[in-house]
Design a binder for this molecule. Structure first.
Ligand SMILES: Cc1cc2nc3c(=O)[nH]c(=O)nc-3n(C[C@H](O)[C@H](O)[C@H](O)COP(=O)(O)O)c2cc1C
Length: 377
């Protein structure tokens, strides 16, 4: 029988060979078109073939968090589908949930290109995209149309970021404005205060700046949607502990650990090939393998601070089932992947899920939720 995923192989390969942002755009466009063609016989068959290739269902991987059903713990990390153009396709690529965005209230072009680079020596990426997106109103419209064509079959989150033109003092209103436009079109929301590519954004992680944002968002939210905060790996323990306290005070549903790092230590890459400049001199956040250990440390710390009472979404440098298991054992209930998907291809999700099932058996556990925080017991 004809393999319907074959037409996508050149695109996947181009993601490895060409300019990373162009490859990314091409792939998203294809996925978005495929999503829109699902009502046709060809589209329907192609999607079924994707599901056959990339999905793995097993009841041991299921979890219910915040009243939402997660068929597996591996999600798409924020930044991949910034405008939600392929929101309806991620379940067919095996993901148990997907986080769209970052979206800002005002549309913005982001930083000048090139702004996304691969560091193959380090199994990493460097990005300074600068939250390029079409704005919350456009995303709301896109999602409204998508969910009218097909029901949501996995939990969908939206990552909210402050618009660049909005001064830091007016951040709370900016986040709330985006939330109001989007609240009906997703299942959970994330306050992104940790992207290194929006000037001053990370200063919002300080208690004094974060409190009014959380207060205003929860006021607008009225407990209708789970609200999480996404933090930087570059915070010290005291700052993370302060955010954990705020999470309790403002009844947040969880913490996402972590965003990209601005640290450059330990990298094998010395010169960025595209620009010819030393990596130390290039602005942006590093994702992928160099982030793995630090993000796990942050997960472990949050679990200890909360005695496992606050769900954690673990993200940073997941490439293998072992990476995934380590983060779950450290305390993550759910995981997200970005850079690993680029390097390993879409098979990564299924491989990780199969590996997690093996780990459950090896550890004599009957379901994934029993493995969360395992190393602390
Ligand atoms: C190109 C790119 C764009 C990203 N954009 C966002 C974003 O808009 N919002 C956000 O919270 N994180 C963003 N991230 C961070 C990822 O969601 C994730 O936290 C980080 O890359 C670590 O995971 P990884 O090692 O699996 O890539 C971005 C990452 C990359 C590589």
């Amino acid at each position: 029988m004809f393999n319907f995923t074959k037409p996508f192989y050149p695109l996947l390969l181009s993601a490895v060979k060409n300019d990373p942002e162009t490859a990314h755009r091409q792939m998203l466009k294809t996925l978005s078109q495929l999503q829109e063609s699902r009502s046709s016989a060809w589209g329907n068959l192609a999607i079924k073939q994707l599901q056959k290739s990339f999905c793995l269902y097993d009841s041991r991987l299921k979890q219910n968090l915040w009243g939402l059903n997660f068929s597996n713990p591996v999600g798409l990390a924020a930044g991949f589908d910034k405008d939600g153009v392929a929101a309806g396709i991620w379940s067919s690529l095996g993901f148990g949930f997907a986080e769209l965005g970052a979206v800002t209230f005002h549309a913005q072009p982001g930083n000048p290109r090139p702004r996304l680079f691969r560091l193959p020596l380090d199994r990493a990426a460097l990005n300074r995209m600068g939250a390029n997106n079409l704005g919350a109103a456009v995303m709301a419209d896109t999602l409204k149309q998508t969910w009218a064509r097909q029901p949501r079959d996995i939990p969908i989150g939206i990552n909210l970021c402050k618009s660049k033109i909005t001064p830091l003092e007016a951040a709370a209103e900016d986040y709330v404005n985006s939330f109001q436009l989007l609240k009906d079109w997703a299942d959970y929301f994330v306050v992104n205060i940790s992207s290194p590519n929006t000037p001053g954004l990370r200063s919002l992680q300080g208690g004094e700046q974060l409190e009014p944002i959380l207060e205003a968002l929860q006021q607008a939210n009225q407990n209708t949607k789970p609200l999480l905060v996404k933090i930087s790996p570059d915070l010290d323990w005291k700052a993370i502990a302060a955010i954990v306290d705020l999470a309790k005070t403002y009844h947040l549903s969880g913490i996402i650990a972590t965003n990209t790092t601005t640290r450059r230590d330990g990298l094998k890459t010395e010169i960025l090939e595209t620009t010819g400049s030393p990596i130390q001199a290039e602005a942006g956040g590093i994702s992928g393998a160099p982030l793995r250990e630090r993000s796990t440390e942050v997960i472990r710390f949050i679990w200890q601070q909360t005695k496992g009472q606050l769900p954690i979404i673990g993200v940073g440098g997941i490439f293998t089932p072992e990476d995934a298991w380590t983060k779950i054992a450290a305390g993550a209930s759910l995981l997200q992947i970005y850079t690993g998907w680029i390097y390993e291809g879409p098979w990564i999700v299924r491989n990780i899920l199969a590996g997690l099932l093996e780990e459950l058996e090896l550890n004599g556990l009957s379901r994934l939720s029993e493995a969360v925080g395992l190393e602390h017991r």
